[in-house]
Design a protein. Structure first.
Length: 95
């Protein structure tokens, strides 16, 4: 399953999201969800402990002036990569 997080981790039930993501699932951070990818943030540390495949949308990082500030544990993708994730994961859940 592909999970997409479009809200800041401070404005959603981030703990529940982390519990729901299974080892073979992927999580895409987009819109304000990109704040969870910030290097050395609490949200990023929790992500690295609970989720194996985390991606962040490069266009949303750029729109928020956060390019170069994300953890090296998170994969940077563009819209083409987003489409590839949706093709790989037939089911999707938006947060």
């Amino acid at each position: 399953m592909l999970f997409t997080l479009s809200n800041s981790p401070q404005h959603c039930d981030f703990s529940l999201l982390l519990k729901m993501v299974a080892p073979d699932d992927a999580l895409l951070l987009m819109q304000d969800g990109v704040f969870a990818a910030l290097h050395d943030s609490e949200a990023c540390e929790r992500l690295s402990q609970h989720v194996q495949s985390v991606y962040v949308l490069s266009e949303d990082l750029a729109a928020r002036g956060l390019v170069g500030q994300i953890s090296h544990k998170i994969t940077l993708i563009d819209y083409t990569g987003f489409v590839a994730l949706t093709e790989k994961h037939a089911q999707q859940t938006a947060w």
